[in-house]
Write a protein that binds this ligand. Structure first.
Ligand SMILES: CC(C)(COP(=O)(O)OP(=O)(O)OC[C@H]1O[C@@H](n2cnc3c(N)ncnc32)[C@H](O)[C@@H]1OP(=O)(O)O)[C@@H](O)C(=O)NCCC(=O)NCCS
Length: 186
């Protein structure tokens, strides 16, 4: 289906028109300085997490065409230490969309300032963003349209994570309700 045909179909059905993954994919690059280090002299994990949230937020805003807030961040993995002088690239894309939320996948790569080697993956994370209106209430997002086999794999894996997140949340809520009903206080 052409872009124009898709737009017409979406207008006729009242559905929000889908957006391809590539329309919002983003890379944020940053050189690490002494201000970014922990007591060991390597880069603080929180500095990387801030860059991850920034890049993912930019992607969520671009995909949803407006403000989006971080609802959760999970599976943040730090694979290798990042050092002062490293050029860090944070690559983010929408993996999956629900009605008002989006999962954004992020890969963190580092180019060593003193080595002419390819950028090395140093971290990864998955974040859920909710698109919100001016009052902070969730609003609908365009469905993401995966374009490549890798996009499609990421979409399917995001659905598995979504199922697990919801199941975990429900199980914990039920446990707390049961403990409260049994009169158990923390
Ligand atoms: C995220 C937020 C908008 C959700 O609002 P809510 O009233 O709970 O609304 P809903 O339950 O309808 O959730 C909206 C969407 O977010 C998803 N969501 C909400 N909390 C989630 C969580 N912890 N993990 C994963 N997804 C979550 C819901 O599944 C839903 O997605 P869907 O419409 O695609 O099915 C609200 O909790 C909020 O504003 N949180 C603060 C966000 C913020 O300030 N972030 C920055 C931290 S400083």
């Amino acid at each position: 289906m052409t872009d124009q045909a898709r737009a017409s179909a979406a207008t006729l059905t009242g559905a929000i028109e889908g957006k391809p993954t590539s329309a919002s994919r983003t890379t944020l690059s940053h050189i690490m300085t002494h201000n970014d280090t922990n007591l060991l002299g390597t880069v603080h994990g929180g500095v990387i997490m801030k860059l991850v949230d920034d890049a993912a937020g930019a992607v969520a805003g671009r995909h949803s065409g407006g403000p989006a807030v971080t609802a959760s961040m999970d599976e943040m993995a730090f694979l290798e230490p990042v050092r002062v002088g490293d050029l860090v690239h944070v690559k983010a894309q929408v993996n999956w969309t629900g009605r008002t939320s989006m999962e954004v996948g992020v890969r963190v790569l580092a180019e060593r300032w003193n080595e002419s080697t390819p950028a090395q993956q140093v971290g990864s994370a998955y974040l859920v963003f909710a698109a919100v209106d001016a009052d902070g209430s969730p609003r609908e997002v365009p469905p993401v349209e995966p374009e490549t086999e890798r996009d499609r794999r990421r979409y399917q894996e995001a659905q598995i994570r979504r199922t697990h997140r919801l199941a975990r949340r429900r199980a914990i809520r039920e446990l707390r309700e049961k403990r409260a009903a049994d009169g158990i206080e923390d």
